[in-house]
Design a binder for this molecule. Structure first.
Ligand SMILES: Nc1ncnc2c1ncn2[C@@H]1O[C@H](COP(=O)(O)OP(=O)(O)O)[C@@H](O)[C@H]1O
Ligand SMILES: [Mg+2]
Length: 288
């Protein structure tokens, strides 16, 4: 609950003398975790993102669907610092932000699970969880000799994996190269969920997996959501999208065409919308 700030029009129409200014309390509309407006990215003559809008709401799984080349990956890269837009604005929890690198986005609590599994196969599960952000030992050993606090890292890794119910992983010292594709993707999702404080982006997390392995990763994604973490999920797999998504952002020709509710739109209509075979219903276009 907060008070509104009077707009310039309110101020102009208010009598200039007499009673002090009145502010009317209103219930705040929900602020998106991330809000993008008018995002543009050009590569030479190709416009990969053409005034795209984007809203991720607290606690939701927002699926992003669209044809190949629609600009989905470019847009989600823009919300996590891997692409710097030529135009447009981003707000994180209502504050204007500009991410020039993925590290800057990470520093703001945004994590991405890449399609091509950014894990190091020759390292252990625990080491992969901490790749690039190892915990050093306290005092002289850590500061000057750069010694790592393996015990702390292992405890953290074990806690995070069990919190997320990754029960098929017995030993966090196991090398990632000995894991199945689904288990590896599980480690990548766990890593993102462990370090994100704002949201996690997943670009086709089940694309390379078989049916059984996909199932585990889908369950894991639901566990991450159950812990209150918002997720942006890019997927071509309509059954997965319809199973997981709270809302579906349909991307077409570089921009958001509409956002639909999976409860009230059929899979075939969603596909028709993303391919242009069907125009969006008026209600679906009404996204602030
Ligand atoms: N780094 C790049 N250089 C040149 N063109 C690119 C680059 N990234 C994307 N594009 C082009 O931008 C368009 C959108 O691509 P992309 O965002 O990958 O779409 P999607 O993920 O929906 O398949 C495509 O035409 C693609 O070829
Ligand atoms: Mg893509």
């Amino acid at each position: 609950m907060s008070t509104t700030i009077p707009s310039q029009n309110d101020l102009a129409s208010r009598p200039t003398a007499g009673a002090p200014p009145v502010t009317t309390p209103v219930t705040d509309p929900v602020t998106p975790v991330l809000k993008g407006r008018g995002l543009v990215k050009r590569y030479g003559s190709v416009t990969a993102m053409d005034h795209a809008d984007f809203d991720l709401m607290p606690g939701e799984i927002l699926a992003v669907i669209g044809d190949n080349g629609a600009g989905k990956s470019t847009m989600v890269k823009a919300v996590c610092g891997a692409v710097v837009p030529d135009e447009g604005t981003l707000e994180l929890d209502g504050e204007a932000v500009l991410f020039r690198t993925p590290i800057e986005a990470q520093a703001h609590g945004i994590e991405i699970v890449y399609q091509n599994l950014a894990l190091s196969p020759a390292l252990s599960i625990a080491d992969n969880l901490f790749l690039g952000r190892e915990i050093r030992r306290e005092g002289f050993l850590g500061k000057y000799l750069k010694m790592l606090d393996r015990r702390k890292m292992h405890d953290f890794a074990r806690t995070k994996l069990s919190e997320l119910g990754l029960t098929t992983i017995q030993n966090i010292n196991q090398l990632v190269e000995t894991l199945s594709g689904g288990q590896r993707q599980g480690v990548a999702v766990a890593r993102a969920a462990a370090f994100a404080s704002k949201f996690v982006v997943m670009d086709e997390p089940t694309a390379a997996l078989g049916v059984k392995e996909s199932r585990r990763v889908l369950d894991l994604i639901q566990d991450v959501r159950a812990r209150g973490m918002p997720i942006v999920l890019i997927s071509h797999n309509m059954p997965h999208v319809f199973e997981l998504a709270d809302r579906i952002h349909i991307h077409r020709l570089g921009r958001r065409l509409c956002v639909v509710d999976p409860q009230s739109v059929s899979m075939s209509d969603a596909v028709a919308l993303m391919t242009g075979a069907m125009a969006p219903p008026p209600a679906a276009e009404a996204v602030a």
